[in-house]
Write a protein that binds this ligand. Structure first.
Ligand code: PBG
Length: 316
C-alpha cells in the first residue's frame, strides 16, 4: 500500500476526497449599528457585524468563491413573542436586502429560528413551561416569508418543531415564493457543542434546556426518521448538526436519501480546534483540513463551517 503514498504528487493523484470553496457556507452574525465589528471571544476570527460591515465581508466571501453565507440575527431587543424574527425591518431582513443589493451573485441562506429573538432564549412560544409546537409554527412561517421578501435565496429552519417544513413550504408557496428552496436542519441534536454560538448569538435559554425539541444524541434511527419526514414535507436539502460527532449519520443519510446532504461543523467544534491550537497542542491548519475532509468523506456535499474563509484561502 505504501507505493501510492511516497510523494505528495502521488498522494494527490489517488486522493478520493477534495474540498472546494463552492461546497462551503460561512455563518455570519448581523447586529444593529454602523461600523460595528465585535469579535466573539470564544470564536476567534468571527464577529458580530453591523449591516455595513456584513456587506464588506460578503464582498470578500464572494471573491473567495464560497458557496453561500448563512445569516443569524442579533436584534436590538428581544421579547416573549420573538417579534424581531419576523419583522419586515428586522436585523436579518435588513442584512439580506443590503447583501443582495451589493453582492447579488452571492447565495444568501437565512437561519429560521426564534431563539435569537425571544427574551427567554427558547426556540418558540412558551406555554405551560414548554415550547408549544403549533403556536411556534406561526412565527416560523412568518419569519421564512419575511426572509424571502427581503431577498433570501434559501431558508433554513433550525428550530426542530414538528411539521415546520410543511408549514413553511405552504406559506412560501402562498406568498409567491414557490421557487425558494428549504434547507432543513432535519437532524439537529441537543448538543453541548453549541456553547460558543450561544455567546455569539446571545441566545442561551434562560431556563431549562432544548431537550424537549432537539434530538437525543443517542438516537441514529430517529435521525433517519426526522430526515424522511422533512423530505416528505418538502425539504429540498437536509442538514446534520453537529458534524464531527455524527459522521455515522452523515454517511447513513448520504446512502439513504438522494438529496443534497449538508453538515454543520458547529461553533464548539471550531472553538475546540482554535483553543487547542492557541495552546500549541494541535496544528490549526492541519486540524481544519482534516476535519473538513472527513466530514466530506462521510458524505456531506455542503459544509457549514466557521473555517470557510481560511479553507478557501488555503485552496487558493
Ligand atoms: C438556532 C441555532 C443554533 C445553532 C444554529 N442555529 C443554536 C442552538 O440551537 O442552540 C448552533 C450553531 C453553532 O453552534 O455553530 N436554533
Amino acid at each position: 500500500m505504501r507505493r501510492l503514498r511516497r510523494s505528495e504528487a502521488m498522494r494527490r493523484l489517488v486522493r478520493e476526497t477534495h474540498l472546494e470553496p463552492s461546497g462551503m457556507v460561512l455563518p455570519l452574525f448581523v447586529c444593529p449599528g454602523e461600523g460595528v465589528k465585535r469579535e466573539i471571544v470564544s470564536m476567534p476570527g468571527n464577529f458580530q457585524m453591523s449591516v455595513d460591515e456584513i456587506v464588506k465581508e460578503c464582498e470578500t466571501v464572494h471573491g473567495l468563491g464560497l458557496g453561500a453565507v448563512i445569516l443569524f440575527g442579533i436584534p436590538a431587543s428581544k421579547d416573549e413573542e420573538a417579534t424581531g424574527g419576523y419583522d419586515a425591518d428586522g436585523i436579518v431582513q435588513r442584512g439580506v436586502r443590503a447583501i443582495k443589493r451589493a453582492v447579488p451573485g452571492l447565495l444568501v441562506i437565512t437561519d429560521v429560528c426564534n431563539c435569537e429573538y425571544t427574551s427567554h432564549g427558547h426556540c418558540g412560544k412558551i406555554v405551560d413551561g414548554d415550547v408549544d409546537n403549533d403556536a411556534t409554527l406561526e412565527w416560523l412561517t412568518a419569519s421564512a416569508v419575511s426572509h424571502a421578501q427581503a431577498g433570501a435565496d434559501v431558508v433554513a429552519p433550525s428550530d426542530m418543531m414538528d411539521g415546520r417544513v410543511a408549514a413553511i413550504r405552504k406559506s412560501l408557496d402562498e406568498n409567491g415564493f414557490a421557487q425558494i428552496p428549504i434547507l432543513s436542519y432535519a437532524a439537529k441534536f441537543a448538543s453541548a457543542f453549541y456553547g460558543p454560538f450561544r455567546e455569539a448569538a446571545e441566545s442561551a435559554p434562560q431556563f431549562g434546556d432544548r431537550r424537549s425539541y432537539q434530538m437525543d444524541p443517542a438516537n441514529g434511527r430517529e435521525a433517519m426518521r426526522e430526515i424522511e419526514l422533512d423530505l416528505e414535507e418538502g425539504a429540498d436539502m437536509i442538514l446534520i448538526k453537529p458534524a464531527m460527532p455524527y459522521l455515522d449519520l452523515i454517511r447513513q443519510a448520504r446512502d439513504r436519501f438522494d438529496v443534497p446532504v449538508g453538515a454543520y461543523q458547529v461553533s464548539g467544534e471550531f472553538s475546540m480546534i482554535m483553543a487547542a491550537a492557541r495552546n500549541g497542542w494541535i496544528d490549526q491548519e492541519r486540524a481544519m483540513v482534516e476535519s473538513l475532509t472527513c466530514i466530506k468523506r462521510a458524505g456531506a456535499s455542503i459544509v457549514l463551517t466557521y473555517f470557510a474563509k481560511d479553507m478557501a484561502k488555503l485552496l487558493g
